[in-house]
Design a protein around this ligand. Structure first.
Ligand code: 5GP
Length: 197
């Protein structure tokens, strides 16, 4: 049977978390582990209409596209899923993921809960992981310390986070990021050591 996204979709791993839950550091840890242990894994690079933040690199953090391009891609069925998050469009490119899965890679999708639910429906074998911050107060504290967003944006994100956290029960796994070390170990265990397929 050819290796298609459907029959190998347990190699698709969805990670969702409110911003400030520590997801970026956790994913960095996963990729570092994979490199050191020669595990085949790729982080999907999404398209977004959001403007790049300071230090973000086009093609590495995201593919930053304009709305016209994004809409053309929607028409052309180029996205596995797409969603509006904090007033910007974000989409997961289909072709990239298909080709990586077909070459035997695991693919990490770092997407919001709306996108996650859509991918779960399309690919029921995909693993889904929700990362929670220890508390909403802690989350706000992390976003302020990170210093990347304005106060207005931070307040919006914190308000949205409480809603997002209600969706955690829809995920196969939930990890509360109290200790980075423990959360990393739990994630590694789900991604590399558990075989559901
Ligand atoms: P940020 O703008 O802070 O990088 O990301 C904002 C939110 O968009 C995060 O929750 C992130 O997981 C989500 N996101 C990033 N890429 C995608 C995507 O391709 N699809 C969906 N649905 N959400 C995404």
């Amino acid at each position: 049977m050819p290796r298609t996204l459907n029959n190998f979709s347990e190699n698709l791993i969805i990670i969702t978390a409110p911003s400030g839950a520590g997801k970026t550091t956790l994913i960095k840890n996963i990729l570092k582990y994979a490199q050191e242990n020669e595990e085949k894994i790729f982080l999907s690079i999404s398209h977004t209409t959001r403007k790049p933040r300071k230090g973000e690199i086009n093609g590495k953090d995201y593919l930053f596209v304009d709305e016209e391009t994004f809409n053309k891609n929607i028409q052309g069925n180029k996205y596995i899923e797409y969603a509006i998050v904090h007033e910007n469009l974000y989409g997961t490119p289909q072709e990239f993921i298909d080709s990586k899965i077909q070459s035997g890679y695991k693919v990490l999708l770092e997407i919001d809960w709306q996108g996650a639910l859509n991918v779960m429906q399309k690919y029921p074998l995909a693993k889904s992981i929700f990362i929670s911050p220890p508390s909403i107060e802690e989350l706000k504290d992390r976003l302020v310390k990170r210093g990347l967003d304005s106060e207005e944006v931070i307040n919006k994100r914190v308000a949205g986070a409480a809603l997002e956290m209600e969706k955690s029960s829809k995920f196969q796994y939930e990890i509360t990021n109290i200790s980075l070390d423990i959360a990393t170990k739990n994630l590694l265990n789900i991604i590399f050591r558990e075989n559901n397929g």
